[in-house]
Design a protein around this ligand. Structure first.
Ligand code: ADP
Ligand code: MG
Length: 345
């Protein structure tokens, strides 16, 4: 089935090329499968006016989290949030999750209780039912895989591929904080490994550390958009950095975009910490990961309805097919956007 005569290691491909390769022979056969692979969640027809959306995300020890500085309670919470964020990215509301874990038999019951206290806290706050899962042992670290199910009215579903030329590009919240939080945690880990008597120093960095360890899904934005009767023309959640997600929208919608460096929302603590680490703050926002904010496009006529919302920033607009994705820098130069994102391979 796969025409692949050469010996190709995965690290040469990257995550997205691998997904494209393994999924290109997939055919959809059921009339109620509205959208399969390729968006933040799959879309199924539930009733005449309701769609169901389904997404899965897996967190692997040593790849996505480091238990040296990740409390199990936070990990459980985050594992739920990353899935709920993908449901929000379809302009849908999460309703149920299943949770599968692979865990070493050396773990204590109390440790699993901690993990589940975080999972259940997220279920409680986001009003989601935990309806199933699977439990198995692991010989190579902790793995958590969560599937989330949500629903939305058929008129509100929002894909990546439906942006139009001249639509305004919006982002929620601020970007780059989770990445800088990770840098602070990694620094403190190194200090600790060199001298276990030194206490970790995250003072002044609470916001960015919290953004790394305990992100939130922007279900509030989905509610606001519904209230204002704004249906975005396209949407994706920002899990791999703004650059990567913009390119997904552009590629899927077959358009270009211009965004403005000066408009990218960056929190002051993120900004200062980036400078302290000799990192350009805008690079954190473009190429950091795990913000779990939303990137969406709206029709120009909807601008009035969102312009006073503190948590929504217009950063640019979509351009015609054939244009590239560009950032207009503060020095007024045009910089092509390239994806760095999180490469897990
Ligand atoms: P996200 O970052 O929003 O979670 P991903 O980049 O993980 O999305 O996945 C992109 C698309 O590819 C999604 O539609 C996802 O369901 C699909 N996908 C990812 N891995 C696989 C796989 N191993 N088999 C089938 N589909 C996959
Ligand atoms: Mg996503």
């Amino acid at each position: 089935m796969f025409d692949n005569p050469t010996h190709t290691t995965l690290d040469k491909m990257g995550e997205f090329a691998l997904i494209d390769h393994i999924t290109k022979h997939v055919k959809l056969t059921h009339a109620n499968t509205v959208k399969g692979i390729g968006d933040d969640a799959a879309v199924l027809l539930k009733s005449v006016d309701t769609l169901q959306v389904i997404t899965t995300d897996m967190l692997v020890e040593g790849v996505h989290f480091d238990l040296m500085y990740t409390p199990l309670k936070h990990l459980g919470y985050k594992a739920v949030i990353v899935n709920l964020s993908d449901i929000c990215a379809m302009n849908a509301v999460p309703r149920q999750i299943t949770v599968s874990i692979a865990v070493s038999s050396k773990y204590t019951l109390e440790a699993i209780e901690e993990l589940y206290s975080g999972i259940l806290a997220a279920c409680n706050i986001y009003k989601v039912d935990l309806v199933g899962g699977d439990t198995t042992s692991s010989k190579s670290g902790l793995v958590i895989s969560i599937t989330a199910i949500g629903e939305t009215n058929i008129n509100n579903i929002t894909y990546r591929h439906t942006a139009n030329e001249n639509d305004l590009i919006c982002v929620t919240g601020d970007l780059g904080a989770a990445y800088m939080g990770l840098q602070v945690l990694e620094r403190e880990k190194q200090v600790f490994l060199e001298n276990p008597d030194v206490q970790p120093d995250i003072e002044g960095h609470d916001y960015i550390v919290e953004r790394q360890l305990k992100p939130e899904a922007r279900i509030d934005i989905i509610a606001q958009l519904l209230k204002e009767q704004v249906v975005p023309t396209s949407m994706i959640d920002i899990s791999d950095g703004l650059a990567s997600e913009l390119l997904h929208i552009c590629k899927a919608s077959n358009l270009g975009c211009n965004i403005y460096e000066s408009k990218i929302p960056i929190d002051s603590v993120t900004f200062q910490t980036a400078l302290d680490f000799n990192i350009i703050p805008q690079v954190c926002a473009m190429n950091g990961g795990e913000d779990y904010e939303l990137l969406f496009t709206i029709k120009q006529e909807d601008f009035e309805k969102i312009k006073d919302k503190d948590s929504i920033t217009v950063i640019g607009h979509m351009t015609a097919q054939g244009n590239s994705a560009n950032m207009i820098t503060n020095a007024n130069t045009v910089l092509p956007i390239e994806a760095q994102g999180w490469k897990h391979f």
